[in-house]
Design a protein around this ligand. Structure first.
Ligand code: HEC
Length: 235
């Protein structure tokens, strides 16, 4: 019996150690071959997600509509929801952010023709509404920062995270014009916006979750005392 308990405890400890090791390691965003020809893991960079920073979300929305909505759809996102959640006056959304429609209630680019695009690029640009939930915020952030020049590719660019990506390096001009930090911050805002698109209530959910757990912990005290009171004569 005692050996059984020992081995069970050992298993538990082993599992706990594996779990902590797993979480402390940076997730991998693919592999690349370094200058010496050795294949290395590419660690994901961590995306600066902050839904309370409306300026960042607004800037991300601007970048998304100007640089991405030309090819990608985000068919679960309405322009009117952007106006409401990101606190942008609807007139400004209509004037500057509606590049593919003139109805503020419309979804972003929902009518996009996947087949035509696939014939242009070799692969159709996927819908990006839920992209950060599919791949993770950090994957998308690292992907957008990992384009490099590669003359062998049709658009002259390749990507470390998604090898031989069919997508051109659409932020190339922006990257040329800005310093490395400024470019990272622009891409950070863009991914922040994409994370908002994928789950607009994410921040509220986390805040509510915190208070629910807090409430349950506080409730534990009277419940424990009541339990003691109810059982005191029975024992
Ligand atoms: C010229 C058209 C075009 C534009 C503009 C464009 N993309 Fe793409 N994108 C593509 C294509 C094509 C693919 C498919 C790549 C593949 O599968 O090889 C793609 C793939 C992606 C993927 C990877 C999807 C996956 O999970 O495999 C992400 C993320 C992405 N694009 C984000 C963006 C963002 C953000 C922007 C705006 C900064 C943008 N794209 C602008 C054409 C475009």
């Amino acid at each position: 019996m005692s050996t059984l308990i020992k081995s069970l405890a050992g298993l538990g400890l082993g599992a706990a150690l594996t779990l902590t090791a797993g979480t402390s390691m940076a997730a991998s965003c693919g592999t690349f071959t370094n200058a010496d020809g050795v294949v290395e893991d590419l660690a994901c960079s961590s995306a600066p997600i902050d839904f309370t920073n409306k300026g960042s979300l607004q800037n991300g929305a601007k970048t998304f509509m100007n640089y991405c909505a030309g090819c990608h759809s985000a068919e679960y996102v309405r322009h009117s929801r952007i106006a409401k959640d990101l606190e942008i006056p609807p007139e400004l959304v209509e004037k500057y952010l509606m590049v593919t429609t003139d109805q503020i209630g419309d979804h972003i680019n929902a009518e996009i023709d996947q087949e035509v695009q696939a014939s242009w690029f070799g692969a159709a640009p996927p819908d990006l509404s839920l992209e950060t939930r599919l791949r993770g915020d950090d994957w998308v952030y690292t992907y957008l920062l990992s384009f490099y020049e590669d003359p062998s590719r049709p658009w002259g660019a390749n990507n470390l995270v998604l090898k031989n990506a069919a997508m051109p390096h659409v932020l190339h001009n922006m990257q040329e014009e800005l310093s490395a930090e400024e470019f990272e911050s622009e891409v950070g805002d863009l991914v922040n916006f994409m994370a908002w698109m994928a789950e607009p209530v994410r921040h509220d959910r986390q805040v509510i979750g915190f208070f629910v757990i807090l409430f349950l912990l506080v409730l534990l005290i009277p419940v424990y005392l009541l339990n003691k009171e109810f059982w005191k004569d029975v024992k």
